[in-house]
Design a protein. Structure first.
Lengths: 413, 410
């Protein structure tokens, strides 16, 4: 054991000193590794941030991480496809501790008409208390107030929609929809609040009203379109999902966000794939330089290696020494690269304004602020790939060095 | 003279074959990747633009100046049909069509939905939009026939209607009068765009003008250019026409679909960041190689200078060596990149998650990279340039060389 320690200490010293015999080459290679590692982590953090934002927005738009609804509702969002408000087993499952928030919602197509204009909209009957956790719309009210109770008889509409309708806060508008018997149900509502989404300028067609008020208008007392559930982490909802599935009554269907919006679900996998491909591509671009550096450094030392071989150093130790050299180089590069990434990403975490391309980001489902997300998982992945593949790349030059014939090597000029 | 330097540079390169190949290898790797991913990128942009614009909005639209920001019925274009005909004659392009748009509550026996009704010129609409060709059931509108309607597939499902069923629609007309009509469904289209399939219905423009009391007005004249590159030129020609007055705004696709260009820009920016990192890494590789090769030749260069060679000649030699390496990397990279790209442009390219993405961005579920002069040469060109820039530092070191000391160097 002590012998091994001694060997190791000597090898380490040898490798370290060898590394700095040609400091220019080492520094250039360190520069390349650092930039490569920085780029791996920096880019990943940006993309990760964008995808997280897309998922967060996407789930808020659905809304909810889990939805319970009539099996036909997603395809045909009509008032006919309703379900009873939760009771019995389902209610008990929903009220179990651990679930962050659940709420019932009504969602029907409707027509909104001001004195001058009319528009097709989606009329939502919500429980105002739960909205901050479910869609976050109450925080986006810029004028007036959000709905205050399930019986509130006002409505909250989007700023751009208000502009199109040539109406404003405090005015009355007429909402028209159908009850399950196909009778037109209509009534006047006062606009009590105006909201603006994270994507200003794009008209939103969601009109918020209180749940009980809509049940009365649509003559569906005791029935709703959806029950939506929100938990703390959208990635970890499997247990909840299974539990709710068990408890849901016949005639309703439980779906998780990744089943409702497959684009969102595919984003997570695609992102993981992207990170791996990106890290490997950068590594490959680096590997040529790394191999080059080692090949050169062995080439310059042919005589020397011959000599220490003649003096009795075994090939295994020569391989170890050169691998150690490459490992040291990689480790220093990784430390610098990680630090660089950390200090460049941290200041950006308060948000990077990319509103120049806001509408383009909207097309992808992301908002105009980018919040980079430096995750431990991605950093570990990048570092592991670089170390493992880096050592693999170094094996060939190291092995060639160990296979030198001492006599010939000593006679090389 | 040049020949001697060239031969010397070439031979110098192969004094360390392995090192040269590793450096060239880095170039080939990057160049291949750049060629392929740029072809893929440009190919998908073209497809995204074409698919999105051809479906409905067209490349250019003439509108009332306020209509784009505020698409209200009263911001109409007088004599739209006549203007469209004049444009067709004056420009010599037939893919120009007039439209009008209005909001109406559309009802079947069971259901009602509020939606956008478009009045189209059934003769020319198929030339500007792919929608008429996407009618999956029944047929498109017959020219000038009234009381016919085509609707999207999702809308048909939601209204619970089929070909031959009747729909009533209610809305308000241009003069705020009451507009109502009874129409028969003659076709159901399936575009793959959720917004169109869910919220769009088309009727004949003449019928629309009657029902909505448009007094011959329309809301847009839609122009589809032969190629996206023609748009600027077309735009220029239209604005020079006398028949197009100042009271008409010319909107190109960028204004009509601002999200599209920005999505491309955002994607380009991130792509360029990635390309740049690759290029910088190659440059580092070249810098390392050339600096080493200059340093190990200190004695040799000292001797050459003592023999009367000027430092400028030596640094040209080093740059020439780099240029040769870059040239080999460039050619082999382009060839490899072109081969891979060509393979995928035949076989198609797809990756996991692409199908969902394709639906979102109106792309087919396999991508076919487009080889173009730009995608072939841009990346490798910049890599070669970056390599030459990286060789400047080693090359300038030669000016600091003192022959006597250099010859004594170890």
């Amino acid at each position: 054991m002590t012998v091994f320690k001694l060997y190791f200490a000597t090898l380490l010293t040898l490798s370290w000193r060898n590394l700095w015999r040609n400091h220019r080459r080492t520094l250039i290679m360190l520069g390349a590794i650092s930039i490569g590692v920085w780029a791996m982590i920096f880019m990943t953090a940006l993309m990760r941030g964008m995808v997280d934002d897309m998922l967060d927005q996407g789930i808020r738009n659905l809304p909810g991480q889990i939805q319970i609804q009539h099996p036909e509702f997603l395809d045909d969002p009509s008032v006919v496809n309703n379900i009873p408000e939760p009771q019995g087993e389902l209610l008990a499952a929903l009220n179990q501790p651990g679930l962050k928030r659940w709420a019932t919602r009504i969602k029907v197509p409707a027509v909104i008409a001001s004195e001058r204009e009319s528009r097709g909209v989606t009329l939502l009957g919500v429980e105002p208390d739960a909205e901050p956790d479910i869609t976050g719309i109450p925080a986006r009210v810029i004028e007036g107030r959000f709905l205050q109770s399930n019986q509130d008889d006002g409505i909250v509409i989007d700023a751009k929609l208000a502009e199109r309708l040539e109406t404003r806060l405090g005015k009355r508008v007429v909402l028209m929809s159908q009850d399950p018997e196909n009778n037109i149900s209509e009534r006047g509502f006062r606009i009590v609040g105006i909201y603006r989404t994270r994507l200003p300028g794009v008209e939103q067609f969601d009109v918020y009203a209180a749940k009980d008020t809509l049940q009365e208008l649509l003559r569906i007392e005791g029935r709703v379109s959806q029950i939506v559930l929100v938990d703390d982490d959208y990635r970890e909802i499997e247990n909840l999902y299974q539990r709710i599935r068990q408890a849901a009554p016949a005639g309703s269907e439980v779906k998780a966000w990744y089943e409702i919006d497959t684009y969102l679900a595919s984003m997570i996998n695609m992102m993981d794939g992207f990170v791996l491909v990106w890290v490997i591509i950068i590594f490959l671009a680096l590997s040529f330089g790394l191999a080059n550096t080692l090949v050169m450094s062995v080439f310059e030392r042919v005589r020397e290696i011959g000599l220490i071989q003649a003096l009795g150093m075994r090939p295994g130790l020569i391989v170890s020494q050169i691998l150690l050299e490459s490992l040291l180089l990689l480790l220093i590069g990784l430390v610098i690269g990680n630090l660089l990434a950390y200090i460049t990403v941290k200041p950006l975490e308060s948000g990077l304004d990319i509103s120049v391309v806001a509408e383009g980001m909207a097309m992808m489902g992301a908002s105009s602020m980018l919040y980079p997300n430096l995750t431990l998982h991605d950093m570990v992945l990048a570092n592991t790939v670089v170390i493992i593949l880096g050592v693999l790349t170094s094996i060939l030059p190291a092995w060639r060095a160990a296979r030198l014939d001492p006599v010939r090597a000593l006679n090389t000029i | 003279m040049i020949n001697v330097t060239l031969r010397m540079a070439w031979r110098n390169l192969w004094r360390h074959g392995r090192r040269t190949w590793l450096t060239i290898g880095a170039m080939i790797f990057s160049n291949t990747l750049l060629v392929f991913s740029m072809s893929l990128q440009f190919g998908s942009y073209d497809m995204m633009i074409d698919n999105t614009l051809q479906a409905f909005s067209g490349h250019i639209q003439l509108q009332h100046p306020r209509y784009l920001d505020d698409p209200k019925m009263r911001y109409a274009l007088p004599g739209a049909v006549a203007t469209a005909q004049r444009l067709r004659d004056e420009i010599g392009l037939s893919s120009i069509s007039a439209r009008a748009a209005g909001f109406a509550l559309v009802s079947s026996n069971d259901r009602s939905y509020g939606l956008q009704i478009i009045g189209v010129d059934a003769d020319h609409e198929p030339l500007v939009s792919t929608l008429p060709g996407l009618v999956r059931q029944g047929r498109y509108l017959a020219p000038a026939a009234s009381a016919e309607i085509v609707i999207g597939s999702v809308l048909a499902r939601n209204l619970k209607v089929d070909i031959g069923d009747e729909l009533t629609f209610l809305g308000s007309g241009y003069d705020d009068s009451f507009a109502a009509g009874l129409v028969r469904i003659v076709g159901i289209f399936e575009s793959g765009f959720p917004e169109l399939d869910r919220y769009m219905a088309q009727i004949n423009l003449g019928y629309f003008q009657d029902i909505f009391a448009m007094q011959g007005h329309g809301h847009a004249i839609v122009i589809r250019a032969r190629h996206i590159e023609d748009v600027d030129r077309l735009n220029q020609r239209i604005s020079n026409l006398e028949s197009v007055g100042d009271d008409v705004a010319i909107r190109d696709w960028d204004a009509l679909q601002p999200g599209l260009k920005q999505a491309i820009q955002a994607d380009m920016t991130s792509a360029w960041f990635m390309y740049l990192v690759l290029i910088v890494l190659v440059a580092f590789s070249v810098l390392n190689t050339q600096l080493m090769s200059v340093l190990e030749r200190t004695r040799e260069f000292g001797t050459m200078m003592a023999l009367g060679l000027k430092p400028s000649r030596l640094s040209r030699l080093v740059l020439l060596e780099t240029g040769l390496m870059a040239g080999v990397g460039l050619i082999m990279g382009i060839v490899a990149g072109a081969l891979i790209t060509w393979y995928f442009s035949e076989a198609g390219f797809s990756y996991p998650g692409m199908e969902e993405m394709a639906v979102k961005f109106n792309l087919p579920d396999r991508m076919y990279p487009a080889i173009s002069a730009i995608s072939l040469t841009l990346g490798p060109g910049v890599v070669a340039l970056g390599s030459l820039l990286a060789a400047i530092y080693p090359a300038t070191r030669l000016y600091l060389l003192l022959p006597i000391e250099a010859m004594r160097a170890a």
